[in-house]
Design a protein around this ligand. Sequence first.
Ligand SMILES: *Cc1c(COP(=O)(O)O)cnc(C)c1O
Length: 402
Amino acid sequence: MTLDIATSLIHHPYRPPADFDAPQPGVHKASTVFFPNVAALEAREWRDKSGYTYGLHGTPTTFILEERLATLEGGLQCLLVPSGLAAIACVSLSLLQAGDEVLLPDNVYGPSKALAEAELKALGIGWRLYDAMDPASLEAALSERTRLVWLEAAGSVTMEFPDLPRLAAICRARGVLSALDNTWGAGLAFDPFRLDEAGQGVDLTIHALTKYPSGGGDVLMGSIVTRDEALHMRLKMTHMRLGIGVGANDTEAVLRSLPSIALRYDAQDAAARVLAGWLTDRPEVAAVLHPALAGSPGHAHWQALCGARDRAAGIFSLVFQPSFSRAQVHAFCDALRLFRIGYSWGGPISLVVPYDISGMRDPGVTRWSHPGTLVRLCIGLESVEDLRLDLAQALATLAPKR
Ligand SMILES: *Cc1c(COP(=O)(O)O)cnc(C)c1O
């Protein structure tokens, strides 16, 4: 059969040999995956990694990233989703049904509360807040209906580090699944599946790959890691039914950054601690909230869990003296030149965001004692001295003009 050029460009005979090997894995893009015949189509198992069925069920590119992330977090199975928040939603929608209750720490990643208040509530799923710094508060919030407890370390924006091994143990003792938002620890600061000496940990982790694994501020992705095949399959079925797969180019971007994650994590950690320490001594600053800093909320828990590896994420918050108005603190943020105003973290560029904590915490659950305005800093990969000088010049704009 002589084919038209349009057809021969598509049905082309050249096939690359299978032995190509190079530092970066290939970018396999597919919605459709071919089967050699109908028997193979009917026999194909899509639930494990024994074959390829459809792009949504995985490609060589996504399977490689899944395996590497499971290794990073000390798990055995991994699912990829289009964002960190999609990972949170997938877990809650998979493991909860009408009549169940889910518990969230009051200092949880904010949009997680919004999901509970809107979609979960509309499905008849109840939710309650607990104080992550008070294990008795978790005990009291657990009920016959609790099916899932979310954990986060350090807490969002206010950076409290909870007694994670104890909180996970409370969930285990009550037979309730525990899910950790592991974005801060990133699989590097501590082992979420082995939190105590008995080698026990949480049941699953989610990770906003958007942060450290991407490292570029240019990709949105999330993961769900487990160590239990049955739990993984429950999550995988929901993942499949919701149709929340990831694109090959985004996957490749994360694979490209992953080999340097420990170097970047440690560099941003070291720079953040220098700047946090320096800010502690500044008269404009009432408090620096960084779990590796003595005096920060939960420092002893950080020390117990992460002290041996001496690792913390390069993100922390400072609270200004209450004598500075909100407008003055906003002017400080605007005066920064290297720190850009924007959400997220773990990328090359340092970021700043002011927060009004009063509207973010339930006064019946958390006692927030700082009257001043809070600013969160995410440290990038710039020279730490340049960042310090930038903070200094912006702080100088707060001084009364003579
Ligand atoms: C950013 C973040 C998320 C959400 O990740 P997205 O990819 O932005 O949806 C969840 N949890 C934590 C702790 C985060 O920092």
